[in-house]
Every structure is written in C-alpha cells, then in structure tokens.
Design a protein around this ligand. Structure first.
Ligand SMILES: [Zn+2]
Length: 121
C-alpha cells in the first residue's frame, strides 16, 4: 500500500474525470456507466472510477489484483482497461459489485466483498 498510494494520488490528478449525475468516471466510460445505471445507486454519489491503461496499471506495485481495486480513502475504484474492453457486461457488473462490497463493509476482506457481490447477482 505504501507504494500504491502515491501512484493513485498521481493518477487521480492526471486522469480527466467526467462529472455528471452520480459517480464520476474517467477514460472509456461507456461500459462502466451502463453497469452503474443498473446497480440501483449502490455506489455513493461522489464516488469516482478511474480506468487505467495497461502502462499505468503495470506500474502499480501492488499486484494483488488483475482486474480492479478500490481505495476507500480516495473514494475511488480503479479498473484495468484491458479487462474493461474484454469483459462482458455481467462480468463487469460482478466486479463492480465486488468493489462495492469493499465499500459497504469498509474492509479489505475478499470473502466479505465477494459475498456482497454474490447476494446481489
Ligand atoms: Zn476485492
């Protein structure tokens, strides 16, 4: 985490963020917005999504995930662009529910986040 935080802070500053109703999304946002619109406002209205290109993703020191991660302190969820472009809507929905699980439990526990996602599929 100590290597990750400076990176995400920098990324948060560099990535343009589109603001509208509800959570903000940067980058290739169409698919994320489509899923968000069916999640019944499960994310806080001021939450942000940042889509990371491969180079940015690979520079993240913490490799505990290959798809997405959430930094609650920054109220931001980061999604790997290559996953975004290849995933189906149900796959992306599951990942976004899982990340919402981390927000809901205010924890890093993968089992709790996964249970949250599975209960809402
Ligand atoms: Zn997780």
């Amino acid at each position: 985490m100590k290597y990750l935080l400076p990176f995400v802070l920098l990324t948060s500053l560099l990535c343009p963020v589109v603001r509208g109703q509800g959570p903000a999304v940067s980058g290739n946002e169409t698919k994320v917005r489509a899923v968000l619109s069916n999640l019944n406002q499960i994310y806080p209205h001021d939450w942000r999504f940042v889509i990371l290109e491969e180079k940015a993703w690979n520079s993240v020191h913490n490799k505990s995930t290959e798809i997405a991660f959430t930094v609650r302190a920054l109220r931001t969820t980061y999604i790997r662009e290559s996953f975004l472009t290849t995933s189906t809507i149900p796959e992306l929905r599951h990942v976004m529910l899982h990340e919402a699980g981390h927000i809901a439990c205010a924890c890093e526990n993968e089992h709790t986040a996964e249970l949250f996602a599975q209960l809402r599929q």
